[in-house]
Design a protein. Structure first.
Length: 94
């Protein structure tokens, strides 16, 4: 999955995450991110992501925890996020 976001402490962030749902609402994966505040701070973490989605609706909130290492700043990486995701509920028609 690819994610694009804006928020604190970074103004712009792009994530590439791969993984799978071990339970219907629990996702485990790994990813690479690029985050920046234009002309001020850059971050390139490699991380493991643990995500729990609350509910099973078209638009559901989730909480995620990313643990890894920032290769650009040479330090541990930790990110706790609260957000929402939109599911594609389209069904194949025969």
């Amino acid at each position: 999955m690819f994610e694009f976001g804006a928020g604190l402490p970074y103004m712009i962030r792009v994530n590439a995450i791969g993984g799978y749902h071990v339970l219907e609402n629990f996702f485990i994966g790994g990813g690479l991110s690029f985050a920046t505040i234009p002309s001020t701070l850059n971050s390139v973490p490699i991380f493991a992501e643990f995500r729990y989605t609350i509910g099973n609706k078209r638009c559901s909130p989730y909480v995620s925890l990313d643990l890894g290492y920032d290769v650009l700043n040479v330090k541990p990486y930790l990110d706790l996020s609260f957000s929402s995701s939109r599911k594609n509920l389209a069904q194949d028609s025969l």
